[in-house]
Design a protein around this ligand. Structure first.
Ligand code: DHB
Ligand code: FE
Length: 279
């Protein structure tokens, strides 16, 4: 049967893509950020995932205000990277895993998550940049991928409790997949940031630290917030912590923290990285 080898949650700020394209990783601004991923590379070489479920939020590339599913799952043979307007250099296409996609879709719908199924899907910086952080300098991605997209663009957004339950349903789906694959679950976005309005530039490191603590030991605690409270505490775009919560939901109730990194600022964002594995 399939087995979840662990979970990684990471920020996905577009400026990271520019730094990678320009080879700025060793510069003083970027070093504390990129150095945070070195232990991730070592850990990935040890746990050797075959496939990853990428829980991320599209930023107006594949979905726009005219049609915006709350939850969507990809079922394509590959996912092309495209740029919704940052001027980013594009990464090579990401291989899909249609068998696992359809298993996930069947299992989620049987579990009463009426997700949108996407047999074509373009993926933006929120998918591509975490891939490039986990596997830098790669022309051939070493894992197959299944994208799971959560709406953070158009309110109403799904609640933290609902996103956590979606993650739990993804965990059940993976556990019932009758193939010996090693699965990594990734959540991208966050941590606290706000890109617009009167609070543009808002960062709340106290709340980010609370999220780190609770995600590892007591994720249910974060499910008690409303989306409005998350906006207040983490900023309008800080709601991307929903992806971290969904990714955590897929893991076993007891997990060990393998690694974390936190650095302010990357662009407008408190950047965060958390690696968890089953305890
Ligand atoms: C930034 C952060 C994001 O999560 C994003 O999607 C776009 C921009 C930023 O900090 O610039
Ligand atoms: Fe974002």
């Amino acid at each position: 049967m399939a087995r979840i080898v662990g979970g990684i949650s990471t920020s996905h700020v577009p400026l990271i893509g520019k730094a990678i394209a320009e080879g700025r990783q060793a510069e003083p601004y970027w070093r504390p950020f990129f150095a945070g991923y070195e232990p991730v590379h070592e850990w990935l070489a040890k746990v050797r995932p075959d496939v990853l479920v990428m829980i991320y939020n599209d930023h107006g590339l594949n979905f726009f205000l005219d049609k915006l599913p709350t939850f969507a799952v990809g079922a394509a043979a590959e996912y092309r990277n495209a740029d919704e307007g940052w001027g980013l250099k594009l990464f090579p296409p990401f291989p899909g895993d249609q068998d696992l996609s359809w298993h996930l879709i069947e299992s989620l719908i049987a579990d009463e998550f009426d997700i949108t199924t996407c047999q074509e899907m373009l993926v933006d910086h929120a998918f591509a940049i975490p891939m490039a952080l986990m596997w830098p300098n790669t022309r051939h991605w070493p894992v197959r991928t299944v994208p799971v997209c959560i709406n953070t663009v158009q309110h109403p957004l799904p609640s933290p409790a609902r996103c956590y339950k979606l993650g739990q349903a993804i965990g059940r789906a993976i556990a019932s997949y009758p193939s010996d694959v090693r699965v990594l679950v990734v959540g991208t976005g966050g941590m606290s940031h706000q890109l617009d309005g009167q609070r543009a530039g808002f960062i709340n490191s106290e709340f980010d630290q609370l999220c780190f603590e609770k995600l590892t030991r007591d994720p249910q605690a974060l499910t008690r917030y409303s989306v409005r409270q998350l906006v207040e505490l983490a900023g309008t775009q800080g709601v991307e912590i929903l992806m971290w919560l969904a990714a955590r939901g897929a893991l076993s109730s007891s997990v060990a923290e393998v690694h974390r990194n936190y650095h302010i600022p990357i662009s407008n964002t408190a950047s965060g990285l958390l690696v968890l594995q089953p305890a």
